[in-house]
Each structure stands twice: as structure tokens, then as C-alpha cells.
Design a protein around this ligand. Structure first.
Ligand SMILES: NC(=O)c1ccc[n+]([C@@H]2O[C@H](COP(=O)([O-])OP(=O)(O)OC[C@H]3O[C@@H](n4cnc5c(N)ncnc54)[C@H](O)[C@@H]3O)[C@@H](O)[C@H]2O)c1
Length: 275
């Protein structure tokens, strides 16, 4: 098979939770570039004008946005119904949605530090990152299992594999107990997604549904230079990722290029977890 055939997604319906976010939009563009039909399922779906020609230019003529809250079982059932009504089927689910607190800009560290993290925050983060992925997998993955073919990709993180190095988030002039940190929920959600990946991969192996995870490292956006430098020092390639550097891995996992792969975690982290 030629490389373009291996990665081809022509006509495949790919539901991307958190599709309106920073990386979700890039996953959608990559899917559209390979001929697939991205469905952006997001709580913030109102940011897109689907009839705008620019939307179709970016995501393809058949792409759509479905407003949804993946923490709500009824909304997830409605998501499947809307996808099947519109396209007749679903081929791929990318569990990408998450609560992503921006630690480096934290002004209220009480909501992120272990000692004071509100239990409501714990429930909210797990509700999106884990319960949402479980519900979408059960409902949309269940439909793929009934049809005998499908793919699920769970978006984890390098922090699914290693503990956060809290030193990179430190701000000068603060007491230790006032320093911002990456919250525990991030590690728990991302590590949990790897467990979900292995469970679903073995549960649905004979049903024809492959389930893998991707563990991306941090993407460079508008973080302060000092933070970027500290994090880059922990990465053998010496830099954070560009926002387009996960597209190849996403296409690999979504397409037949990864046909003999299930239950695995594809680490794309500039080598951070190798150090
Ligand atoms: N950006 C990074 O540096 C990075 C690094 C490693 C892993 N990741 C992971 O990649 C994924 C995407 O990250 P991102 O940077 O694009 O995040 P983002 O915050 O830009 O996007 C997340 C999206 O999820 C949506 N969402 C939140 N709650 C929802 C709900 N209940 N129902 C439906 N949608 C909901 C949000 O509206 C948002 O559009 C996340 O799982 C994140 O943890 C990101």
C-alpha cells in the first residue's frame, strides 16, 4: 500500500470530543486532510459558524459541530443519535476533551494545591477527563462494536507516565505553600485513560474495535519564556511541541496504518519520558 493509502480516512466519520479546543481543531484538520469527516463534539461549540465557508475550508464540506456535554449520559446518547442520523455511522472516536487548568498563570493556588484542592474540582476534572471518556467509549464505541469495526483514540499526556516536575511552575517571591502546581487530577485522569485504553482494547478486540492512547508533551502557546525554558530543559529535543506536531500520530492511530496495534500508548513527547 502507498503511504497515502495507509493513512487514508476517506469517508470515515471521526468524532472528536473537545473538538473546539486548541488540539481538537488540529486533530479535525488532520482528519479532513486525510479525507475523513470530522465531527467536533464540544461544550463550547458555539464558537463555530458551520455554514461559514472558512469552516468548510478548514474541516471539509461534510464536517459539523455538535454541542454536547460528555459528562451527561443523556447528552452522550444524543450525540450518537445525531451522528448516526446525519452520517449513518461512526468510524472513529477521539476522546480528547479535558479540563486543562493553566497552572503557570495561577493566581488562586488553593484550587490547585493538593492540600486545598476542592473536592468539587476533583469531581469536575474526573467527570470530563475520565467519566466523559468512559461514557463516549461505551456509547459510541459500543455502536462501533455492534458494527464490527472501529477505532478509539484516548488523548493522555506525558504526565500519564511521569509525575509533574512542580519546580517548573514556581513563581519567585512566593512561599512554598503558595506555589502554583499542576493539580493531582491531571495525573489521575491521564493515567486512568491508559487503564481505560487497555481495558477497552482487550474487551473489544474480537469485536473489531481497536483502542489506543496518545501521550503528547506540552504545546508551546503563549506561556512565559521562563516557563518554556524550564520545561524545555527537561526535554531531550530541547523544546516544547508545535501545535501541528501531533497530526501524524493522530492519523496513524485513526487509520489502517496502525491496523495491528491495540491497547498501546504512543508517546510523542520530544523524549521527555526517556530522561
Ligand atoms: N495542549 C497541550 O499542551 C497538551 C499536552 C498534553 C496533552 N494534552 C491533552 O490534549 C487534549 C486537548 O488539549 P487542548 O490543549 O486542546 O485543550 P483545550 O482546553 O484547548 O480543549 C479542551 C476542550 O474540551 C472541551 N470540553 C471541556 N469539558 C467538556 C465537556 N464536559 N463536554 C464536551 N467538551 C468539553 C472544552 O470546551 C475545550 O474546547 C486534552 O486531553 C489535554 O489534556 C494537551
Amino acid at each position: 500500500m502507498r503511504p497515502d493509502q495507509l493513512f487514508d480516512l476517506t469517508g470515515r466519520v471521526v468524532v472528536i470530543t473537545g473538538g473546539a479546543g486548541l488540539l481538537g481543531q488540529r486533530h479535525a484538520e488532520a482528519v479532513a486532510g486525510a479525507g475523513g469527516i470530522p465531527v467536533l463534539a464540544d461544550a463550547r461549540a458555539d464558537t463555530f459558524m458551520t455554514e461559514d465557508p472558512r469552516f468548510k475550508d478548514r474541516f471539509g464540506p461534510q464536517a459539523t459541530v455538535i454541542p454536547t456535554d460528555i459528562t451527561d449520559p443523556l447528552r452522550v446518547d444524543a450525540l450518537l443519535e445525531a451522528v448516526v442520523d446525519r452520517y449513518g455511522r461512526i468510524d472513529v472516536l477521539i476522546n480528547n476533551a479535558a479540563n486543562n487548568p493553566k497552572v503557570e498563570a495561577a493566581s488562586d493556588v488553593r484550587s490547585s494545591r493538593l492540600e486545598t484542592l476542592p473536592v468539587e474540582q476533583w469531581h469536575a476534572d474526573l467527570a470530563v477527563g475520565l467519566t466523559g471518556a468512559f461514557l463516549c467509549s461505551r456509547v459510541l464505541g459500543g455502536e462501533m462494536a455492534r458494527r464490527g469495526k472501529g477505532v478509539i483514540v484516548n488523548v493522555a499526556s506525558d504526565l500519564a507516565l511521569i509525575g509533574p516536575d512542580q519546580r517548573i511552575y514556581r513563581e519567585p517571591g512566593r512561599l512554598d505553600a503558595q506555589q502554583p502546581v499542576k493539580p493531582v487530577t491531571y495525573s489521575v485522569v491521564k493515567a486512568g485513560l491508559l487503564g481505560l485504553t487497555r481495558y477497552l482494547a482487550t474487551y473489544w478486540a474480537e469485536a473489531g474495535v481497536r483502542v489506543n492512547a496518545i501521550s503528547p508533551g506540552g504545546v508551546r502557546t503563549d506561556q512565559p519564556d521562563e516557563f518554556v525554558q524550564r520545561l524545555s530543559n527537561l526535554i531531550p529535543l530541547g523544546r516544547m511541541a508545535r501545535v501541528d506536531e501531533y497530526e501524524g500520530a493522530i492519523l496513524f492511530l485513526c487509520s489502517d496504518a496502525s491496523s495491528y496495534m491495540t491497547g498501546a500508548n504512543l508517546v510523542v513527547d520530544g523524549g521527555r519520558t526517556a530522561w
